[in-house]
Design a protein around this ligand. Structure first.
Ligand SMILES: [Zn+2]
Length: 242
C-alpha cells in the first residue's frame, strides 16, 4: 500500500503517518517524490485492498491528516484507490518503488530514493528487503469493528450515473447520451457514438470519459469531439461572427 502526498505540508503529514504506523508496530518506508513523497508499507502476504484502506483512513482521521477526495483538493491519496476491482478493471497507477520517473519533462529519467538508506540501488533494496512486513492478522486487529467512512467508499464499478456540478441549461453532457459499461482507472468506458455510427467499436470501449470531469472525453480510435457531437445530433455550434 502506498500513500501519496504532494502539497505544501505533504512531508510533515507523511512523517506523522509514518510515526503513528510505527507506534502501531508497522514499518513504513518514505520515498521522495517531486513535491512531497510516497509512504510505502508492505505486507507479508496479499491482503484485501479494502482492509488496508480502512486502516489508513482511520489512522489519518485520528491524526487530523486530510484525505483527498470528496471536495478536498489537498490531502493524502491512498493506493490502492479502489476497494475492489473486477478482473477487467484497472485501479489507479502509482510509480513503483525505485521506479524511474516517466512523467513530467523536468524529472523524466530520475529515480527517487528512500530516506532510510544510502542512495545506491543496492543499499536501497537491502533496506526495503529488511523492513518487517505487516501480517494479515495484525491488520485485522487494527481495523477490528471499523468500516470505511461512507464518503470514501470507492467502488470501481459504476452503479449509478455520476453526479456532477449543476449543469447550465443547454449544456451538452456526454453522459446523457452514452451507456457507461464500466470504470477503468479515472475514466468511464463507453461505446464511441461516432465509431458506432460507422459500425465500429463493437466491444464498446473506445470512448473514455473522465470520472472527475465528465466534460472531458475522448475516443481512442481518434474521433474528434466534432465527430462525436455530430453523431449524437448535437453538433458543436459554429461560433457566430459579429
Ligand atoms: Zn470513435
Amino acid at each position: 500500500m502506498a500513500i501519496d502526498a504532494d502539497y505544501r505540508t505533504a512531508l510533515e503529514d507523511l512523517i506523522k503517518v509514518q510515526r503513528q504506523l510505527s507506534d502501531d508496530g508497522v514499518a513504513a518506508a518514505l520515498e521522495k517524490s517531486k513535491r512531497g513523497g510516497h509512504l510505502w508499507m508492505f505486507f507479508e502476504q496479499p491482503v484485501l485492498a479494502r482492509d488496508a484502506r480502512i486502516y489508513i483512513y482511520h489512522l489519518a482521521a485520528k491524526l487530523d491528516v486530510q484525505v483527498k477526495g470528496t471536495g478536498l483538493s489537498e490531502g493524502i491519496e491512498i493506493f490502492p484507490k479502489q476497494d475492489e476491482l473486477r478482473a477487467d478493471e484497472f485501479g489507479n497507477a502509482i510509480r513503483a518503488p525505485l521506479g524511474v520517473h516517466r512523467g513530467a519533462r523536468e524529472s523524466r529519467g530520475w529515480r527517487y530514493w528512500f530516506y532510510g538508506a544510502d542512495y545506491s540501488l543496492g543499499d536501497q533494496l537491502a533496506y526495503l528487503n529488511g523492513l518487517p512486513k505487516m501480517k494479515e492478522d495484525h491488520l485485522r486487529r487494527m481495523i477490528d469493528g471499523k468500516t470505511l467512512p461512507q464518503e470514501f467508499a470507492q467502488r470501481a464499478r459504476r452503479v449509478e450515473r455520476p453526479k456532477y456540478f449543476e449543469p447550465k441549461q443547454e449544456e451538452f453532457r456526454i453522459l446523457d447520451y452514452v451507456t457507461v459499461r464500466r470504470q477503468a482507472g479515472r475514466n468511464w468506458v463507453a461505446r464511441c457514438p461516432s465509431c458506432a455510427a460507422a459500425g465500429h467499436d463493437k466491444s464498446g470501449d473506445n470512448l473514455a470519459i473522465s470520472v472527475e470531469e465528465p466534460r472531458k472525453y475522448c475516443c481512442w480510435a481518434g474521433c474528434t469531439k466534432e465527430m462525436i457531437r455530430a453523431a449524437l445530433g448535437r453538433p458543436i455550434p459554429e461560433r457566430r461572427l459579429a
